[in-house]
Design a protein around this ligand. Structure first.
Ligand code: SDX
Length: 371
Protein backbone atom coordinates (compact mmCIF):
# COMPACT_ATOMS: atom_id res chain seq x y z
CA UNK A 1 0.00 0.00 0.00
CA UNK A 2 1.59 3.28 -1.15
CA UNK A 3 1.80 5.86 1.65
CA UNK A 4 0.71 9.35 0.51
CA UNK A 5 2.32 12.38 2.22
CA UNK A 6 -0.25 15.07 1.35
CA UNK A 7 1.29 18.53 1.43
CA UNK A 8 4.64 16.78 1.95
CA UNK A 9 3.82 17.08 5.67
CA UNK A 10 6.65 15.62 7.73
CA UNK A 11 8.65 14.62 4.65
CA UNK A 12 12.40 15.37 4.64
CA UNK A 13 13.35 15.89 0.98
CA UNK A 14 16.90 17.25 1.25
CA UNK A 15 19.52 18.68 3.58
CA UNK A 16 20.21 22.38 4.05
CA UNK A 17 22.98 24.24 5.85
CA UNK A 18 21.12 27.56 5.80
CA UNK A 19 18.69 27.23 8.71
CA UNK A 20 17.36 24.75 11.19
CA UNK A 21 13.71 24.88 12.29
CA UNK A 22 13.42 22.62 15.34
CA UNK A 23 9.86 22.20 16.67
CA UNK A 24 11.01 20.03 19.59
CA UNK A 25 13.29 22.71 21.05
CA UNK A 26 11.09 25.41 19.42
CA UNK A 27 14.18 27.05 17.98
CA UNK A 28 15.31 28.60 14.69
CA UNK A 29 19.00 28.77 13.78
CA UNK A 30 20.42 30.75 10.85
CA UNK A 31 23.74 29.09 9.94
CA UNK A 32 23.89 27.95 13.58
CA UNK A 33 23.06 31.31 15.19
CA UNK A 34 19.69 31.65 17.05
CA UNK A 35 17.46 33.91 14.94
CA UNK A 36 16.12 35.76 17.97
CA UNK A 37 19.68 36.67 19.05
CA UNK A 38 20.48 37.85 15.52
CA UNK A 39 17.27 39.92 15.53
CA UNK A 40 18.24 41.67 18.76
CA UNK A 41 21.95 42.13 18.05
CA UNK A 42 22.41 42.57 14.28
CA UNK A 43 21.30 44.86 11.48
CA UNK A 44 19.42 43.17 8.64
CA UNK A 45 22.31 43.47 6.21
CA UNK A 46 24.53 41.45 8.58
CA UNK A 47 21.97 38.65 8.57
CA UNK A 48 21.63 38.77 4.78
CA UNK A 49 25.42 38.42 4.53
CA UNK A 50 25.33 35.49 7.00
CA UNK A 51 22.62 33.63 5.10
CA UNK A 52 24.38 34.08 1.77
CA UNK A 53 28.00 33.57 2.87
CA UNK A 54 27.63 31.29 5.90
CA UNK A 55 29.46 33.58 8.33
CA UNK A 56 28.71 36.93 9.99
CA UNK A 57 30.62 39.73 8.25
CA UNK A 58 33.58 41.53 9.79
CA UNK A 59 33.06 45.31 10.08
CA UNK A 60 35.00 45.80 6.85
CA UNK A 61 33.05 43.05 5.07
CA UNK A 62 29.76 44.58 6.26
CA UNK A 63 30.77 48.05 5.07
CA UNK A 64 31.68 46.69 1.63
CA UNK A 65 28.49 44.60 1.48
CA UNK A 66 26.31 47.57 2.45
CA UNK A 67 28.07 49.76 -0.08
CA UNK A 68 27.45 47.18 -2.82
CA UNK A 69 23.74 47.00 -2.06
CA UNK A 70 23.22 50.72 -1.54
CA UNK A 71 24.71 51.55 -4.93
CA UNK A 72 22.04 49.44 -6.65
CA UNK A 73 18.87 50.60 -4.87
CA UNK A 74 17.54 52.78 -7.68
CA UNK A 75 15.07 50.94 -9.91
CA UNK A 76 15.75 50.92 -13.65
CA UNK A 77 13.36 53.38 -15.33
CA UNK A 78 11.68 50.53 -17.23
CA UNK A 79 10.79 48.87 -13.91
CA UNK A 80 9.35 52.05 -12.43
CA UNK A 81 7.35 52.67 -15.62
CA UNK A 82 6.04 49.09 -15.55
CA UNK A 83 5.01 49.35 -11.88
CA UNK A 84 3.28 52.69 -12.46
CA UNK A 85 1.45 51.23 -15.49
CA UNK A 86 -0.08 48.36 -13.48
CA UNK A 87 -3.67 48.90 -12.30
CA UNK A 88 -3.97 49.93 -8.65
CA UNK A 89 -6.72 47.32 -8.41
CA UNK A 90 -4.17 44.49 -8.61
CA UNK A 91 -2.65 43.15 -5.38
CA UNK A 92 0.73 44.58 -4.30
CA UNK A 93 2.17 41.06 -4.35
CA UNK A 94 1.27 40.91 -8.07
CA UNK A 95 3.31 44.13 -8.44
CA UNK A 96 6.30 42.56 -6.67
CA UNK A 97 5.96 39.39 -8.75
CA UNK A 98 5.77 41.40 -11.99
CA UNK A 99 8.64 43.70 -11.00
CA UNK A 100 10.94 40.75 -10.22
CA UNK A 101 10.24 39.40 -13.69
CA UNK A 102 10.98 42.75 -15.32
CA UNK A 103 14.14 43.25 -13.24
CA UNK A 104 15.24 39.85 -14.51
CA UNK A 105 14.33 40.64 -18.10
CA UNK A 106 16.54 43.76 -17.93
CA UNK A 107 19.43 42.00 -16.19
CA UNK A 108 22.11 41.15 -18.78
CA UNK A 109 23.42 38.41 -16.47
CA UNK A 110 19.98 36.83 -15.95
CA UNK A 111 20.91 33.62 -17.79
CA UNK A 112 24.37 33.34 -16.19
CA UNK A 113 24.10 30.39 -13.76
CA UNK A 114 27.47 30.95 -12.09
CA UNK A 115 27.51 31.35 -8.27
CA UNK A 116 29.09 34.78 -8.67
CA UNK A 117 26.36 35.96 -11.06
CA UNK A 118 23.60 34.51 -8.90
CA UNK A 119 24.98 36.26 -5.81
CA UNK A 120 25.14 39.55 -7.72
CA UNK A 121 21.53 39.10 -8.89
CA UNK A 122 20.50 38.34 -5.30
CA UNK A 123 22.20 41.51 -4.02
CA UNK A 124 20.41 43.50 -6.74
CA UNK A 125 17.00 42.01 -5.90
CA UNK A 126 17.49 42.68 -2.19
CA UNK A 127 18.46 46.26 -3.02
CA UNK A 128 15.61 46.92 -5.46
CA UNK A 129 12.52 45.16 -4.08
CA UNK A 130 12.11 47.78 -1.31
CA UNK A 131 11.83 50.46 -3.99
CA UNK A 132 9.12 48.42 -5.74
CA UNK A 133 7.19 48.14 -2.46
CA UNK A 134 7.56 51.85 -1.72
CA UNK A 135 6.68 53.06 -5.23
CA UNK A 136 3.60 50.84 -5.23
CA UNK A 137 2.24 51.99 -1.85
CA UNK A 138 2.84 55.63 -2.78
CA UNK A 139 1.17 55.39 -6.19
CA UNK A 140 -1.93 53.87 -4.56
CA UNK A 141 -2.01 56.98 -2.36
CA UNK A 142 -1.61 59.26 -5.40
CA UNK A 143 1.99 60.12 -4.43
CA UNK A 144 5.10 60.24 -6.62
CA UNK A 145 8.07 57.93 -6.05
CA UNK A 146 10.84 59.04 -3.70
CA UNK A 147 14.42 58.32 -4.76
CA UNK A 148 16.35 55.90 -2.55
CA UNK A 149 19.18 57.27 -0.43
CA UNK A 150 22.53 55.51 -0.30
CA UNK A 151 23.44 57.06 3.06
CA UNK A 152 20.76 55.07 4.93
CA UNK A 153 20.66 51.48 6.19
CA UNK A 154 18.32 49.05 4.46
CA UNK A 155 15.47 49.48 6.96
CA UNK A 156 15.83 53.28 7.18
CA UNK A 157 15.88 53.64 3.40
CA UNK A 158 12.71 51.59 3.00
CA UNK A 159 10.90 53.98 5.33
CA UNK A 160 12.42 56.98 3.55
CA UNK A 161 11.20 55.78 0.12
CA UNK A 162 7.75 54.90 1.47
CA UNK A 163 7.00 57.84 3.74
CA UNK A 164 9.61 60.51 2.90
CA UNK A 165 10.98 60.38 6.42
CA UNK A 166 12.95 58.11 8.73
CA UNK A 167 10.93 57.21 11.84
CA UNK A 168 11.90 57.12 15.50
CA UNK A 169 14.82 54.72 16.26
CA UNK A 170 12.52 52.45 18.28
CA UNK A 171 10.26 52.00 15.23
CA UNK A 172 13.26 51.31 13.01
CA UNK A 173 14.55 48.74 15.45
CA UNK A 174 11.20 46.95 15.59
CA UNK A 175 11.11 46.92 11.78
CA UNK A 176 14.65 45.57 11.57
CA UNK A 177 13.70 42.79 14.03
CA UNK A 178 10.78 41.81 11.77
CA UNK A 179 13.06 41.73 8.71
CA UNK A 180 15.55 39.45 10.45
CA UNK A 181 12.82 37.12 11.67
CA UNK A 182 11.16 36.99 8.23
CA UNK A 183 14.44 36.41 6.34
CA UNK A 184 14.60 32.60 6.30
CA UNK A 185 12.67 29.54 7.42
CA UNK A 186 14.03 26.36 5.73
CA UNK A 187 11.73 24.56 3.25
CA UNK A 188 8.57 26.67 3.66
CA UNK A 189 6.21 26.70 0.68
CA UNK A 190 7.69 29.73 -1.11
CA UNK A 191 11.31 28.68 -0.53
CA UNK A 192 10.59 25.15 -1.70
CA UNK A 193 8.90 26.63 -4.78
CA UNK A 194 12.12 28.50 -5.51
CA UNK A 195 14.13 25.30 -5.06
CA UNK A 196 11.84 23.36 -7.40
CA UNK A 197 12.28 25.99 -10.11
CA UNK A 198 16.05 26.16 -9.53
CA UNK A 199 16.26 22.36 -9.69
CA UNK A 200 15.26 22.44 -13.38
CA UNK A 201 18.31 24.74 -13.95
CA UNK A 202 15.97 27.62 -14.71
CA UNK A 203 17.20 31.09 -13.73
CA UNK A 204 17.23 32.83 -10.34
CA UNK A 205 14.66 35.49 -11.27
CA UNK A 206 12.21 32.77 -12.37
CA UNK A 207 12.72 31.03 -9.03
CA UNK A 208 12.08 34.24 -7.07
CA UNK A 209 9.05 35.07 -9.22
CA UNK A 210 7.56 31.69 -8.36
CA UNK A 211 8.39 32.17 -4.70
CA UNK A 212 6.58 35.53 -4.64
CA UNK A 213 3.50 33.82 -6.06
CA UNK A 214 3.64 31.17 -3.33
CA UNK A 215 4.21 33.67 -0.51
CA UNK A 216 1.11 35.66 -1.52
CA UNK A 217 -1.28 32.95 -0.35
CA UNK A 218 -3.07 33.53 2.99
CA UNK A 219 -1.98 30.11 4.25
CA UNK A 220 1.59 31.42 3.93
CA UNK A 221 2.88 35.01 3.79
CA UNK A 222 -0.50 36.54 3.01
CA UNK A 223 -1.52 35.79 6.60
CA UNK A 224 0.08 38.96 8.01
CA UNK A 225 -2.26 41.06 5.87
CA UNK A 226 -5.19 38.81 6.78
CA UNK A 227 -4.56 39.33 10.50
CA UNK A 228 -5.37 43.02 10.14
CA UNK A 229 -8.52 42.16 8.19
CA UNK A 230 -9.47 39.93 11.12
CA UNK A 231 -8.89 42.76 13.59
CA UNK A 232 -11.00 45.08 11.45
CA UNK A 233 -13.81 42.49 11.42
CA UNK A 234 -13.71 42.00 15.20
CA UNK A 235 -13.39 45.68 16.07
CA UNK A 236 -12.88 45.62 19.84
CA UNK A 237 -11.42 43.12 22.31
CA UNK A 238 -14.77 42.35 23.97
CA UNK A 239 -16.05 40.93 20.68
CA UNK A 240 -13.13 38.59 19.99
CA UNK A 241 -14.54 35.46 21.63
CA UNK A 242 -17.91 35.69 19.87
CA UNK A 243 -16.18 36.33 16.53
CA UNK A 244 -13.99 33.30 17.03
CA UNK A 245 -16.92 31.08 17.97
CA UNK A 246 -18.53 31.99 14.65
CA UNK A 247 -15.33 31.25 12.73
CA UNK A 248 -14.91 27.89 14.41
CA UNK A 249 -18.54 27.02 13.75
CA UNK A 250 -18.03 27.89 10.10
CA UNK A 251 -14.80 25.82 10.09
CA UNK A 252 -12.82 28.81 8.83
CA UNK A 253 -9.09 29.08 9.62
CA UNK A 254 -7.97 31.99 11.75
CA UNK A 255 -5.13 33.87 10.09
CA UNK A 256 -1.91 34.27 12.04
CA UNK A 257 -2.38 31.07 14.00
CA UNK A 258 -1.00 27.57 13.58
CA UNK A 259 2.06 26.29 11.78
CA UNK A 260 2.93 23.19 9.76
CA UNK A 261 6.20 22.63 11.64
CA UNK A 262 5.97 24.39 15.03
CA UNK A 263 3.46 22.62 17.23
CA UNK A 264 4.43 24.26 20.53
CA UNK A 265 4.37 27.81 19.17
CA UNK A 266 6.43 29.65 16.56
CA UNK A 267 9.94 30.28 17.93
CA UNK A 268 9.95 33.80 16.47
CA UNK A 269 6.76 35.03 18.12
CA UNK A 270 8.12 35.96 21.61
CA UNK A 271 10.66 38.37 20.10
CA UNK A 272 8.20 40.03 17.69
CA UNK A 273 5.49 40.10 20.36
CA UNK A 274 7.86 42.02 22.66
CA UNK A 275 8.55 44.59 19.97
CA UNK A 276 4.84 44.88 19.21
CA UNK A 277 4.41 45.83 22.87
CA UNK A 278 7.07 48.50 22.46
CA UNK A 279 5.31 49.87 19.39
CA UNK A 280 1.93 49.86 21.18
CA UNK A 281 3.48 52.04 23.89
CA UNK A 282 5.25 54.27 21.39
CA UNK A 283 2.04 54.92 19.44
CA UNK A 284 -0.18 54.78 22.55
CA UNK A 285 -2.49 52.06 21.13
CA UNK A 286 -3.39 49.85 24.11
CA UNK A 287 -6.68 49.05 22.37
CA UNK A 288 -4.83 47.18 19.62
CA UNK A 289 -2.91 45.12 22.14
CA UNK A 290 -6.12 44.36 24.05
CA UNK A 291 -7.65 43.00 20.84
CA UNK A 292 -4.48 41.05 20.03
CA UNK A 293 -4.47 39.42 23.46
CA UNK A 294 -8.22 38.75 23.51
CA UNK A 295 -8.09 36.79 20.25
CA UNK A 296 -4.91 34.96 21.26
CA UNK A 297 -6.46 33.95 24.59
CA UNK A 298 -9.71 32.85 22.92
CA UNK A 299 -7.81 30.76 20.36
CA UNK A 300 -5.76 29.11 23.09
CA UNK A 301 -8.83 28.38 25.20
CA UNK A 302 -10.94 27.02 22.36
CA UNK A 303 -8.39 25.37 20.06
CA UNK A 304 -4.98 25.30 21.73
CA UNK A 305 -3.60 26.70 18.47
CA UNK A 306 -0.81 29.24 18.99
CA UNK A 307 0.18 32.32 16.98
CA UNK A 308 2.77 32.28 14.21
CA UNK A 309 5.07 35.15 13.27
CA UNK A 310 2.43 36.80 11.08
CA UNK A 311 0.20 37.42 14.09
CA UNK A 312 2.38 40.05 15.86
CA UNK A 313 3.92 41.35 12.64
CA UNK A 314 0.62 42.39 11.05
CA UNK A 315 -0.35 44.86 13.79
CA UNK A 316 3.27 45.99 14.07
CA UNK A 317 3.32 47.00 10.39
CA UNK A 318 -0.07 48.66 10.84
CA UNK A 319 1.29 50.82 13.68
CA UNK A 320 4.33 51.71 11.56
CA UNK A 321 1.98 53.20 8.97
CA UNK A 322 2.20 50.66 6.16
CA UNK A 323 -1.00 49.98 4.25
CA UNK A 324 -2.31 46.48 4.98
CA UNK A 325 -1.78 45.16 1.40
CA UNK A 326 1.86 46.23 1.73
CA UNK A 327 2.50 43.80 4.59
CA UNK A 328 3.25 40.70 2.51
CA UNK A 329 5.47 42.63 0.08
CA UNK A 330 7.49 43.63 3.18
CA UNK A 331 7.73 39.93 4.04
CA UNK A 332 8.99 39.32 0.47
CA UNK A 333 11.53 42.16 0.72
CA UNK A 334 13.12 40.20 3.57
CA UNK A 335 12.52 36.60 2.48
CA UNK A 336 14.19 37.22 -0.87
CA UNK A 337 17.41 36.58 1.08
CA UNK A 338 16.27 33.11 2.14
CA UNK A 339 14.85 32.30 -1.28
CA UNK A 340 18.07 33.21 -3.09
CA UNK A 341 20.27 31.48 -0.51
CA UNK A 342 18.29 28.30 -1.12
CA UNK A 343 18.45 28.70 -4.92
CA UNK A 344 22.25 28.93 -4.71
CA UNK A 345 22.38 25.95 -2.32
CA UNK A 346 20.11 23.90 -4.59
CA UNK A 347 22.31 24.61 -7.61
CA UNK A 348 25.50 23.77 -5.71
CA UNK A 349 24.41 20.12 -5.47
CA UNK A 350 21.40 19.90 -7.68
CA UNK A 351 18.94 17.08 -8.27
CA UNK A 352 15.77 17.72 -10.26
CA UNK A 353 12.82 17.88 -7.80
CA UNK A 354 10.14 15.60 -9.25
CA UNK A 355 8.01 13.57 -6.77
CA UNK A 356 5.70 10.74 -7.70
CA UNK A 357 1.92 10.54 -7.64
CA UNK A 358 -0.49 7.64 -7.13
CA UNK A 359 -3.08 7.48 -9.95
CA UNK A 360 -6.68 7.23 -8.78
CA UNK A 361 -8.49 8.13 -12.00
CA UNK A 362 -10.45 5.87 -14.42
CA UNK A 363 -8.81 2.54 -15.39
CA UNK A 364 -7.39 2.14 -18.91
CA UNK A 365 -10.10 2.45 -21.55
CA UNK A 366 -10.04 2.68 -25.37
CA UNK A 367 -10.86 5.80 -27.37
CA UNK A 368 -13.98 5.08 -29.45
CA UNK A 369 -13.08 4.37 -33.06
CA UNK A 370 -13.86 7.25 -35.44
CA UNK A 371 -15.90 6.61 -38.59
C1 SDX B 1 3.88 31.21 7.39
O1 SDX B 1 6.14 26.87 6.65
C2 SDX B 1 6.66 27.98 7.13
O2 SDX B 1 7.74 28.01 7.71
C3 SDX B 1 5.84 29.25 6.88
C4 SDX B 1 6.29 30.51 7.61
C5 SDX B 1 7.62 30.98 7.09
O3 SDX B 1 8.33 31.71 7.84
O4 SDX B 1 7.92 30.75 5.88
O5 SDX B 1 6.38 30.24 9.00
C6 SDX B 1 5.29 31.65 7.38
O6 SDX B 1 3.36 30.91 6.36
C7 SDX B 1 3.17 31.04 8.70
C8 SDX B 1 1.72 30.48 8.53
C9 SDX B 1 0.81 31.63 8.11
N1 SDX B 1 -0.53 31.12 7.80
C10 SDX B 1 -1.59 31.33 8.58
O7 SDX B 1 -1.56 31.95 9.64
C11 SDX B 1 -2.90 30.80 8.02
C12 SDX B 1 -3.68 30.08 9.13
N2 SDX B 1 -2.96 28.91 9.51
C13 SDX B 1 -3.46 27.63 9.00
O8 SDX B 1 -3.88 27.73 7.66
C14 SDX B 1 -2.49 26.48 9.29
O9 SDX B 1 -2.13 26.57 10.60
C15 SDX B 1 -1.25 26.34 8.45
C16 SDX B 1 -1.53 26.39 7.00
C17 SDX B 1 -0.25 27.38 8.79
C18 SDX B 1 -0.68 24.97 8.79
O10 SDX B 1 -1.57 24.08 8.23
P1 SDX B 1 -1.53 22.56 8.60
O11 SDX B 1 -0.13 22.07 8.80
O12 SDX B 1 -2.38 21.83 7.60
O13 SDX B 1 -2.23 22.62 9.99
P2 SDX B 1 -2.40 21.41 10.92
O14 SDX B 1 -2.34 20.12 10.14
O15 SDX B 1 -1.43 21.60 12.06
O16 SDX B 1 -3.91 21.58 11.45
C19 SDX B 1 -4.33 20.67 12.43
C20 SDX B 1 -5.75 21.06 12.71
C21 SDX B 1 -6.64 21.08 11.45
O17 SDX B 1 -7.91 20.74 11.85
P3 SDX B 1 -8.64 19.54 11.02
O18 SDX B 1 -8.81 20.10 9.63
O19 SDX B 1 -7.68 18.35 11.10
O20 SDX B 1 -9.95 19.33 11.74
O21 SDX B 1 -5.81 22.40 13.24
C22 SDX B 1 -6.60 23.21 12.40
C23 SDX B 1 -6.66 22.53 11.04
O22 SDX B 1 -7.85 22.88 10.36
N3 SDX B 1 -5.95 24.51 12.24
C24 SDX B 1 -6.60 25.65 12.33
C25 SDX B 1 -5.63 26.63 12.13
N4 SDX B 1 -4.45 26.04 11.92
C26 SDX B 1 -4.66 24.72 12.00
N5 SDX B 1 -7.92 25.93 12.58
C27 SDX B 1 -8.24 27.25 12.61
N6 SDX B 1 -7.35 28.26 12.41
C28 SDX B 1 -6.05 27.98 12.17
N7 SDX B 1 -5.20 28.97 11.96
Amino acid sequence: MTEIHKGLAGVVVDTTAISSVDPESNSLLYRGYPADQLAERCVFEEVAYLLWHGELPTPDELAAFQGRGRSQRALPGAVIDAVLALPTTCHPMDVVRTAVSIIGAHDPSAQDPSPEANLAKSVRLLAQIPAVVAVDQRRRRGLDPIEPRDDLKFADNLFWMTFGEVPDPVVLRAFEVSLVLYAEHSFNASTFTARVIASTLSDLHSAVTGAVGALKGPLHGGANEAVMATFAQIGTADRAAAWLDAEIAAKRKVMGFGHRVYKHGDSRVPTMRRWLGTLVEHYDRPDLLDLYLALEDAMAARTGILPNLDYPTGPAYHLMGFDTPTFTPLFAASRVVGWTAHVMEQLASNSLIRPLSLYDGPPRREVPARP
